[in-house]
Design a protein around this ligand. Structure first.
Ligand code: SAM
Length: 275
């Protein structure tokens, strides 16, 4: 929260071409105070927030990071608006591994982080999981709901942004395929810590992230807000959990119409800490 606020003050001030001194003058405070806010050493007093937000031309919600949809828009929005399913409707291989590790003998709670058009979320619901799923893309969520309706299952699909949405309830499975590279590197520690602390005892994290490799050329699509992970970095976040399976692999991709390759890390980790 402190970090998001610091980031927002700095970002929106710079967007308006204001120096720290100019902002400080407008608020009747010292520029050192602004500097401390922007480095996260302190936070503005609550009474200052409305004026600060006004100076930065944003709402207090957005300043605090609660306005999820201020900037991030899915790169796939236009593709998701089309009738056909961009990622298809077959579940990814990762889903089968989750079933193997945690068969849904009761309605286990599962969250699909960045569900896209819902192929995996709907598959899990069909298998008996109690599924929630979020994505930044409204069009993707609409398709997720349609796919669920067609399969006669329920998926709690909601719009949220990885950058500022934090979990406040626990899940048996956190699942995310090809999405976590949209988290800014600065936020990674905070987000991963939030995710880890919201997985039940014996629950599973099933994550797939894109990683940098010197022998893989950058993909042709220039996605804003995409930050590939360091190879192996995902695994280190779970060093104190039981690693059921982790792997690195390279695969061909044609999603932009230009053939290219990606490197990825895939992890299945179990929370045995609290068990
Ligand atoms: C490569 S797709 C993967 C979709 C899905 N997991 C699948 O495997 O079919 C990446 C997804 O991340 C979503 N996304 C991108 N930035 C996001 C953000 N900041 N918050 C939430 N979702 C985001 C996109 O809308 C897109 O659906």
């Amino acid at each position: 929260m402190r970090e998001i606020l610091a980031d927002n003050i700095s970002r929106y001030r710079k967007d308006l071409g204001m120096t720290q001194e100019m902002l400080a003058d407008k608020l009747g405070i010292t520029f050192q105070a602004v500097s401390k806010w922007e480095t996260g050493q302190s936070v503005p007093e609550t009474v200052l927030l409305p004026a600060l937000a006004r100076m930065l031309n944003i709402s207090v919600d957005k300043l605090l990071g609660y306005s999820a949809f201020g900037g991030n828009v899915s790169y796939y929005e236009d593709d998701y608006r089309k009738e056909e399913y961009f990622w298809g409707v077959q579940p990814s291989q990762m889903c089968l591994k989750v079933l193997e590790l945690l068969p849904p003998v009761r309605p286990l709670k599962l969250l699909d982080i960045g569900c896209g058009e819902g192929k995996d979320a709907v598959f899990f619901a069909r298998c008996g999981f109690d599924v929630s799923a979020f994505d930044i893309s409204e069009a993707g969520l609409e398709k997720t709901k349609r796919l669920a309706e067609k399969a006669r299952v329920h998926v709690r699909a909601f719009r949220a942004d990885l950058w500022d949405f934090r979990l406040d309830e626990k899940y048996d499975v956190l699942f995310s395929s090809g999405v976590l590279h949209y988290i800014k590197p600065k936020l990674r520690d905070e987000v991963m810590s939030n995710y880890k602390s919201h997985i039940t005892a014996n629950g599973i994290a099933a994550f797939h992230v894109f990683v940098e490799k010197p022998f893989i050329v950058a993909p042709p699509e220039k996605e804003e807000n995409s930050f590939h992970w360091k190879s192996g970095q995902l695994f280190t976040y779970f060093h104190d959990w039981y690693i059921e399976h982790c792997t690195e692999y390279v695969f061909d991709c044609d999603s932009s119409g230009i053939p290219h390759r990606h490197a990825a890390n895939r992890l299945f980790a179990r929370n045995l800490k609290e068990a």
